[in-house]
Design a protein around this ligand. Structure first.
Ligand code: DHB
Length: 318
């Protein structure tokens, strides 16, 4: 059996799989289910200052190669998640990750401080919710991101990380990496859904989800190459110094192995967890183990960042 563990800021995640903040991690029952599953950690739905019912339905749709959603941050509010934490600890000793969302700097500060004081094992600051009308994704504004990171860092004693949106241009990778180098961060989670996409049903001549005229975040197989590129870009730009949790289109052990090669040390699963439930985690671990054993890796950690270069091209025929 290969060692499937990951360690982030001294927090051991074994196996290295967890849910992505998003589907089915909102209620105590859903979080208990995750803590009793084969996942190595559980992540909450992004918590906001106040409880929210979220956007009108339909707001999630399965697609042939993934999903689209505009949930609108339905959640119980940060005070309830902090209050629930001791009870969730009775479900086992797995790390519990608080996902934090805000509509202002002071929201982020209030929630991050409370989550840190409550004792969540890792705190994942979501700079990338695409689905709230009038609130652009913070992660696309480098100055605003810098300010949020500085503010939450100053109130957060627990290991702190960021969940970033996908970037599509190397200049943006470099600009965000420059911001990240100014702060102490224990991890990055890459990537959030590809925001503001539109799926149209040609039969009904309508969008497939209701909120925001059908615009929503894309997940699943569609986004895996985008996710791998962002993991690779930040692994390279930060010289492997900040642990990366890879997320986007992980359905099987082979996908997870690709994220390890790109530079992720742990992996989250969103759409596949939504579609298959908690049993997905046992399959992911078994499949990743089989790949590592077949390839002679004693530990998943040994594959992190080990993407190989293509062999030198043969010289072109004269
Ligand atoms: C939601 C979607 C996201 O991609 C995110 O980061 C946060 C919230 C949502 O609509 O609930």
């Amino acid at each position: 059996m290969a060692d499937l563990s990951a360690t982030i800021a001294g927090v051991r995640i074994d196996p290295l799989f967890m849910n992505a903040s998003g589907p089915d991690c909102t209620t105590p029952e859903q979080l208990s289910g995750l803590l009793r599953s084969g996942a190595g950690a559980a992540v909450t739905k992004s918590m906001t200052l106040m409880p929210r019912p979220g956007n009108p339905e339909p707001r999630y749709m399965d697609l042939p190669l993934g999903s689209i959603n505009s949930m609108g941050l339905p959640n119980l509010g940060y005070e309830e998640y902090c209050r629930l934490l001791p009870a969730l600890r009775h479900e086992g000793s797995k790390p519990i990750v608080a996902s934090v969302a805000g509509f202002s700097l002071s929201d982020y500060v209030t929630i991050a401080r409370a989550a840190s004081e409550a004792g969540f094992d890792l705190i994942e600051i979501n700079l990338s919710c695409p689905n709230i009308a009038g609130h652009p994704q913070v992660g696309y504004d480098f100055e605003a991101s810098d300010a949020v990171i500085a503010a939450v860092r100053s109130v957060c004693d627990r290991p702190l990380g960021l969940k970033l949106p996908p970037y599509f241009d190397p200049v943006h990778h470099e600009q965000m990496a420059a911001v990240l180098r100014r702060h102490r961060l224990e991890f990055l989670t890459l990537i959030n859904s590809v925001g503001n996409t539109l799926v149209i049903d040609a039969d009904s001549e309508r969008p497939v989800i209701r909120p925001r005229d059908g615009f929503g975040g894309l997940g699943g197989e569609y986004v895996k190459p985008v996710a791998l590129a962002n993991v690779r870009a930040f692994h390279t730009l930060l010289e492997g110094r900040v642990p990366i949790i890879g997320v986007g289109g992980v359905y099987g052990g082979r996908d997870a192995f690709e994220f390890l090669l790109a530079g992720a040390c742990a992996v989250q699963c969103g759409t596949a967890y939504k579609q298959q439930g908690t049993r997905v985690f046992d399959r992911l671990a078994a499949e990743l183990n089989a790949i590592l054993e077949r390839k002679g890796y004693a530990a998943a950690a040994a594959a992190v960042g080990r993407l190989r270069a293509l062999p030198a091209a043969a010289s072109a025929p004269a």
